[in-house]
Ligand binder design. Sequence first.
Ligand code: PLP
Length: 422
Amino acid sequence: MNLTQRDQAIIWHPYTQMQTAAPPLPIVRGEGALLYDEAGNTYIDAISSWWVNLHGHCHPHITQKITEQLNRLDHVIFAGFTHEPAVALAENLLQILPANQAKVFYSDNGSTAVEVALKMAMQYWQNLGQTKYKIIAFRDSYHGDTFGAMSVSSRSAFTQPFQQYLFDVLFIDVPVTGREAETVAQLKLLTEQEDIAAFIFEPLVLGTAGMVMYSPDILNQLMQICKEHQILTIADEVMTGFGRTGRNFACEYLSKQPDMVCLSKGLTGGVMALGVTTCAQAIFEAFLSTETNKTFFHGHSYTANPIACTAGIASYELLVQPQTQQNMQRIAAQHQQFKEKLNGHPSIKNIRQTGTILALEFNMGTTSYFNQIRNRLYNFALQHQVLLRPLGNIIYIFPPYCITEEQLNIVYGVIEKMSALL
Ligand code: PLP
């Protein structure tokens, strides 16, 4: 049996209808922006795998650092013990996060980073003796697949089977251009309720909703309203973090600072599973007590795994290098040119960009077969040796920062050819 057949005999893949899905592609190697399959074909990874590989695959700096760490300390329980990589990574992150962020809590993926933030927000108010437990979120957001994260995410086929077990959330519309005033009014109305603990949001770009973008000005306004009503703000930067929006964090575009930040994905350069929730000092202090029940009773076996933290440090070192920053600017400028080229294209609409993220939509006319279209676009890209993962009729590019000008031009070329498919 070859690898695909062995996989099909026993593996159940994520987000996959196993009855109808095409056989999975067996990937044997990655280098830079390229993935290599078993048959020797190469694919340009235009989405950084699952939005994670900031610096491309198998970057030698990350590989070397984690190999050294692996020979020094593989893992240690993180209650009652600490280690250099966890502390050094936290120090690095606090250098570039909003200045009010003071404490770093580790977990092991984006959903758990969100779960931690929600639990912290709810318990924060409880520790202060206040009954505030409701959460506000954007209607189209995606924050992960655990129960808390699903609760604050858009209600969809993803969440439908679990609907009765999700906690109630107060949803407001995403303040896209033209809808800002409505969203502000919705939030103001909700703030008449006194039991709201927090507002969680994907800052500037909602990824899974289809790279939906909105302005920092309106987010500042929403955050200000929250501040006036003692509602904590949680910036979920799991996708937008580490330079994706053109700055280290989307929050850097804001004049307001969030009370908490959630990180994962690019945190380790896409090499190891790691999550981080940071918070302001006042939140941390509400948990300091001689009363046992004020403790934050949350943790995971792999919390702050030393190898994952080392990957985080190595990825951070690469991120802050001038070369990487230049690459990010070059990608943004190339996107800008492509955007201009597509302007007025008969089959393409809503071309949008924030930093290194570019998204566009194919006109579907009256067609409602989004899934079929999506599969057609996905397969077409793969046949042309580019990995893209359309969201319905929306195509986005989310490249590793090492992608070359030439590779990016190939990706653009494939997207242009796709328009002939519809
Ligand atoms: N938050 C955001 C904004 C995300 O985009 C995602 C994943 O796509 C998550 C949270 C969940 O992260 P993970 O898939 O690591 O659980």
